[in-house]
Design a protein around this ligand. Structure first.
Ligand code: ADP
Ligand code: GLC
Length: 505
């Protein structure tokens, strides 16, 4: 199939979270399955220059787009590169006014005020570039609110042209907490008729809602784990969009993310003090642990349990329940390392904690890809007590790296971590620790269980081996996406033939 993926972030060009890992890994896995993939994202020059993409050659396609944004026309260059070590074409939409900024979505805790305009432009630019490049995709695959307008543009404008007549659309929801909601006057930016600003289409309690728009207009909707697909159809977890999702339940599918083994693999990871596999885990992890303790100026004690966390520091990630039991956790003999950025109050909570417990806690505030890998490899346990978690990648990275996850059983965490109950241990399926109630006491009890299990080296080795031996690669998930694409494309083809019956002779 011929697939166009549109996203606001992708590794190694720009990343704030798991979305970036997923879009790139999916594109590569689809290409490996024999499909043709074009990946579109904005050209953020500051991120491009600072990251691992800096050395990739960037060429002009010779095409410029010019699209309506509100009352004006805005132009942009279409640049081209490809994914490192993969034959996936990457098209970058260059418009410095919108994307030559320090960050992707906002600075100092505040979103950029023109985010609706920035991503409306991007969505229109993707459609226009796809037309100019004559890609004629079978599928347009949008991700999150930033590209939520694309399925609407396909249905209401481009789908009427022969180039797009048989193109199906899919939107993937990575996180319902971010919906791209803007005041109603921003509807004018989209260039679509105001008649679509109603509760069945683009309007949501008086606001423009770009994620809702994507959900309403896509042929299929996917989200990043089967459990999250169920959760978001409930009032408790639907973030207000549960009625819309229930309405489209027959088109909503949960597909668990995978692990990009070219990026996250302890055997080949270039950031580690020593590479290892399941056979050499003991010596490999010991070397990575000693290296991590040294780097973070923690006492180099091989026997002490080392617990890690790499995360956006937001309400989603369970930092409030960590705060609720951290003193009781730190009574125990263990070390903890935190890496993240986000809400100022969580950042200062962690910084203060590290200052108070210099021998036990390390907190690094910032975004640091290298350290993230070193934490996954060097720790014995990984903490992810999320309030909600559409999929979560770090618990899967942990499993691959022989680092036992301690998670709350929600969303993708429930779909990937099997609690070390007596039954699960006996049947050899346990790979971590989980709890259900979102409460500091439940987290504390689970951390204590994990620390006790750590003392039983035979049981611990079994947990680690179960996690490391599972197949977390993208191939399986990519095949499920192809199934969805085929259904979507087929629906469009049937619709096209219905609209163009053969002439009677
Ligand atoms: P989310 O997308 O909700 O942030 P995921 O678990 O899906 O959560 O993915 C997070 C990704 O971002 C992982 O690859 C993780 O290692 C990375 N990450 C998050 N915060 C940081 C940070 N401060 N430094 C480096 N990598 C980070
Ligand atoms: C979102 C979710 C996370 C998921 C990621 C990639 O950021 O918060 O759970 O793993 O997207 O799909």
């Amino acid at each position: 199939m011929n697939i166009v993926i549109a996203t606001s972030e992708a590794v190694p060009f720009a990343k704030t979270g798991g979305l970036a890992d997923v879009t790139t890994a999916l594109a590569k896995a689809l290409q490996d399955l024999g499909h043709e993939v074009s990946l579109f994202l904005p050209y953020y020059p500051q991120k491009y220059a600072a990251g691992a993409a800096a050395d990739l050659p960037l060429a002009s396609t010779g095409h410029d787009v010019s699209v309506p944004v509100g009352g004006k026309k805005r132009g942009g260059r279409v640049l081209r590169t490809s994914l490192p070590d993969a034959d996936v074409s990457v098209y970058l939409i260059d418009q410095p006014l919108y994307y030559d900024r320090r960050e992707l979505y906002g600075e100092n805790g505040a979103d950029y005020k023109d985010n609706c305009e920035r991503f409306t432009f991007f969505s229109r630019a993707v459609m226009e570039a796809t037309r100019l490049l004559d890609l004629r995709p079978d599928i347009l695959h949008a991700h999150d609110w930033q590209t939520g307008l694309i399925p609407a543009l396909l249905k209401l404008e481009y789908g009427r042209t022969s180039q797009f007549a048989q193109t199906g659309s899919v939107i993937t929801i990575h996180n319902l907490a971010f919906q791209g909601q803007f005041w109603h006057w921003d509807m004018a930016l989209t260039g679509l008729d105001w008649k679509h600003f109603n509760w069945r289409e683009m309007e949501f309690y008086g606001h423009l809602n770009l994620l809702k728009t994507g959900i309403v207009y896509s042929d299929f909707i996917t989200t990043v784990s089967p459990t999250y697909a169920h959760e978001i159809q409930t009032k408790a977890n639907g973030a207000g969009l549960d009625p819309v999702l229930l309405h489209r339940a027959d088109r909503l599918i949960g597909i668990l993310n995978g692990v990009d083994m070219s990026q996250w693999n302890p055997e080949t990871d270039p950031y580690l003090a020593r590479n290892y596999d399941s056979q050499t885990l003991a010596t490999g992890k010991a070397a990575c642990k000693a290296d991590l303790q040294k780097r973070l100026r923690l006492p180099q004690r091989p026997e002490v349990p080392l617990v890690g966390m790499v995360s956006r520091m937001t309400d989603q990630k369970g930092l409030d329940i960590i705060a609720g039991c951290i003193d009781a956790i730190l009574v125990k003999d263990l070390q903890m390392v935190f890496l993240g950025t986000g809400d100022a109050n969580y950042e200062s909570f962690l910084t203060t904690l590290a200052e108070r417990h210099p021998d036990k806690v390390s907190a690094t505030i910032g975004f640091n890809e290298t350290l993230a890998h070193q934490i996954e490899a060097g720790c014995d346990m990984y903490l992810m007590p999320s309030r909600f978690e559409p999929c979560g990648l770090n618990q899967m990275y942990s499993l691959v790296y022989g680092t036992v996850p301690i998670v709350r059983a929600v969303g993708g965490l429930a779909d990937s971590v099997v609690d070390a109950t007596a039954d699960n241990l006996r049947s050899g399926i346990a790979n971590g620790f989980s709890f259900v109630e979102y409460h500091a006491d439940a987290l504390l009890a689970t951390v204590k269980r994990a620390l006790a299990a750590y003392q039983d080296q035979q049981q611990w080795r079994q947990l680690v081996a179960t996690g490391m031996s599972a197949d977390w690669s993208w191939q399986r998930s990519a095949r499920r996406y192809v199934d969805v694409y085929q259904h979507a494309a087929l629906r469009r083809t049937v619709a096209w033939y219905r609209a163009h019956p053969p002439e009677e002779t």
